[in-house]
Design a protein around this ligand. Structure first.
Ligand SMILES: [Cu+2]
Length: 337
């Protein structure tokens, strides 16, 4: 028995050494690119987990493989196997060692968690989620953007909320994920450390356009970020024509569900909507005019288009200012068929 045990243990040791080494040194291969200071802390702990998981895997699989080979059925040997009734020493070890590991990991976890959630920040970005778009406001600078633009090296505090259902703000390269909850403000902190292009994804199944709910993230060196802010501030001074502004708003808030090339997404295509004959769910028809388009945006459930589910958010009256609604209506009235 002892001979078997020592052999199996050698197999485990070899497997554990190889897999543990791979998991620890090739960790970067298994995780997405890392772009924040906070992520360094997250990855450090995750790497330890990877290593332990590889070792435990080797332990289980090593003994199993060895036993399958060494104790395989031979010839016409029908004798019953060895009856073993437990082993106090082993049970003690496999209780105490995992307990120690779990307690150790949770101690590191608490320490890291407090570090990640510490409340110092030198830039606040307000995140508003709604079906199926993101919008970012920079109160310090008085600007609002559909793209999340951040400077390298400044700790950012995200103050997040949702207008309708629970969404989840997830930027995998920053290693942060935090739910956005209607009626409540949730927080996340991040210090970008690599300029580059990343993506916010919604990580909470939130409805029919969930898979399209993302926003671009652009991390810039400090001077370029300042230039971007100045540019945005200047752009807000200039009055873009309502139709231009409407086109931008459309991309941000509506494009997840409405195409402009005639294809059907979650909702009907909106190119050439003005003057179109629309059949409603109750079988009546109407000609789409300005009042109908406006009503469709502010109170989408008032008249439902035949063949489509009633999933258009009824929150645009809150998410957008009256001028922005006007801009959208102007845009839709003149968008090419
Ligand atoms: Cu969502």
């Amino acid at each position: 028995m002892k001979r078997h045990f020592l052999r199996a243990l050698s197999l485990v040791a070899v497997l554990a050494a190889v897999l543990g080494w791979l998991a620890y040194t090739r960790f970067d291969f298994f995780v997405p690119r890392l772009a924040s200071e906070e992520g360094v802390v997250v990855d450090r702990l995750l790497r330890v987990h990877f290593f332990l998981i590889a070792v435990i895997f080797a332990l289980v699989v090593g003994f199993a493989l060895y036993s399958m080979w060494a104790f395989r059925r031979r010839g016409d040997d029908d004798a019953p196997g060895l009856a073993i009734h437990g082993h106090s020493g082993l049970e003690f070890l496999w209780t105490v060692i995992p307990l120690g590991i779990v307690l150790g990991l949770s101690a590191i976890g608490v320490k890291d968690f407090l570090f990640l959630r510490r409340s110092d920040a030198d830039l606040v970005v307000q995140v508003q989620a709604q079906q199926f778009s993101w919008s970012f406001a920079y109160p310090e600078y008085g600007i609002r953007s559909a793209e999340l633009v951040l400077p390298v090296g400044r700790r950012v505090k995200f103050e997040m909320t949702s207008l309708d259902v629970i969404h989840s703000f997830w930027v995998v390269e920053f290693r942060i994920k935090e739910d956005t909850v209607p009626g409540m403000t949730t927080y996340a902190y991040v210090t970008p450390k690599e300029p580059g292009q990343y993506r916010v994804r919604c990580a909470e199944l939130c409805g029919s356009g969930h898979a399209n709910m993302y926003a671009d993230v652009r991390v810039l060196p400090a001077e370029e970020f300042d230039a971007w802010v100045a540019e945005q501030q200047a752009a807000q001074q200039q009055v873009a024509s309502p139709a231009e502004q409407g086109a931008q708003l459309f991309q941000q808030y509506c494009a997840a569900c409405h195409a402009l090339d005639g294809s059907v997404k979650v909702g009907p295509p909106l190119n050439g909507i003005a003057g179109r004959t629309v059949t409603l769910q109750d079988g009546t028809t109407l000609t789409a005019d300005e009042a109908y388009i406006r009503e469709s945006i502010l109170d989408p459930q008032a008249k439902l288009v035949e063949g489509f589910p009633p999933v258009m958010p009824a929150t645009f009256g809150q998410a957008l200012s009256p001028e922005e609604i006007d801009a959208l209506v102007q845009f839709l009235l003149q968008v090419e068929p």
